[in-house]
Design a protein around this ligand. Structure first.
Ligand code: PAF
Length: 292
């Protein structure tokens, strides 16, 4: 007979100020609890839910930050229209086992006279960084602030944003944050589309078309498993598949070393195959890693 052990979760609290978070964290630390942090921009889905559940398994207390971070959006990006629904997020957080939601206003996170920047060079120059020049600076700034506010033992990030995960790991190493960074697998829809808050921008037709991203990656993975080692041929294969769908506009198809994120000429170690594709006006990303 299978025994299911249910972990008892405290009722969830939602706070808006750094002071309130610090007060709660100090109390938990005095009581000897370990703390997991799941940074998010809200409008949570099953991908976030998997991060929160993992954090709840590995820590005594889980903090979820819900903050649409203005500094990581470029001028013509979707800061204004980014979906928000804190009530719905609260229900998901509670169900998944979180204990505290930190949901600050931009003015709580960024003082008018703040002048510090956090940039990780190198890793942020290719892939999404090449198209979104301010993005990773904004991510590193807000994540390092969240690390200093919450002081977690572990922090959880999705592998869908593979470049973000690599950049944050490097930042943590370079700045000596005493925090374990845990990468969690991509969660997908029934047809393989990677879960993303931005999927809600897609019209019915676009949503149907969007499964082409994962289909193109499956083709590439099959070829690699069958021994294909020519970078150009794999990229062509992905390109051809993506181009067969009329609603797609390819932003990039890249094959890079999974640690340095430098483009590879031949496939001989651990690689990241990463794509960014517009479906209509919505830019979606997906990837997989492959080890020889
Ligand atoms: O991945 C995200 O949702 C954001 O980039 C993060 C890490 C929460 C920082 O704003």
């Amino acid at each position: 007979m299978e025994t299911i052990v249910l972990k008892r979760h405290d009722s969830i609290k939602r706070v808006k100020t750094v002071g309130e978070v610090r007060k709660q964290i100090k109390k938990w630390k005095r009581e000897g609890f370990t703390i997991g942090l799941v940074p998010t921009m809200g409008f949570l889905h099953e991908g976030h839910e998997s991060l929160i559940k993992r954090a709840a398994e590995e820590n005594d207390k889980v903090v979820v930050s819900v903050f649409v971070n203005p500094t990581q959006f470029g001028e013509n990006e979707d800061l204004g229209s980014y979906p928000r629904d804190i009530k719905r997020d609260e229900v998901l957080c509670k169900k998944a086992g979180a204990n505290l939601i930190f949901n600050p206003e931009p003015s709580e996170m960024y003082y008018k006279d703040a002048s510090t920047v956090v940039n990780v060079n190198g890793l942020t120059e290719g892939l999404c960084g090449a198209r979104r020049p301010v993005h990773f600076g904004g991510v590193c700034l807000v994540v390092s602030k969240l690390f200093n506010i919450v002081t977690p033992d572990r922090a959880y990030f999705g592998e869908k944003d593979a470049q973000q995960l690599a950049v944050i790991k490097k930042m943590v190493k370079d700045l000596n944050f005493d925090i374990e960074i845990v990468g969690c697998p991509i969660v997908r829809e029934f047809d393989g589309l990677a879960k993303s808050s931005r999927n809600t921008y897609l019209s019915f037709e676009e949503r149907k078309a969007a499964s082409i991203l994962n289909e193109s990656l499956i083709l590439a993975k099959k070829a690699l498993n069958l021994g294909e080692r020519n970078v150009g041929r794999i990229k062509d294969m992905i390109n051809e598949k993506l181009s067969s769908e009329i609603l797609t506009r390819i932003d990039y198809i890249e094959i890079v070393d999974s640690l340095s994120l430098e483009p590879v000429q031949s496939i001989s170690s651990s690689i990241l195959v990463a794509i960014a594709v517009y479906i209509g006006r919505t830019r979606l990303i997906d990837n997989f890693t492959f080890k020889v």
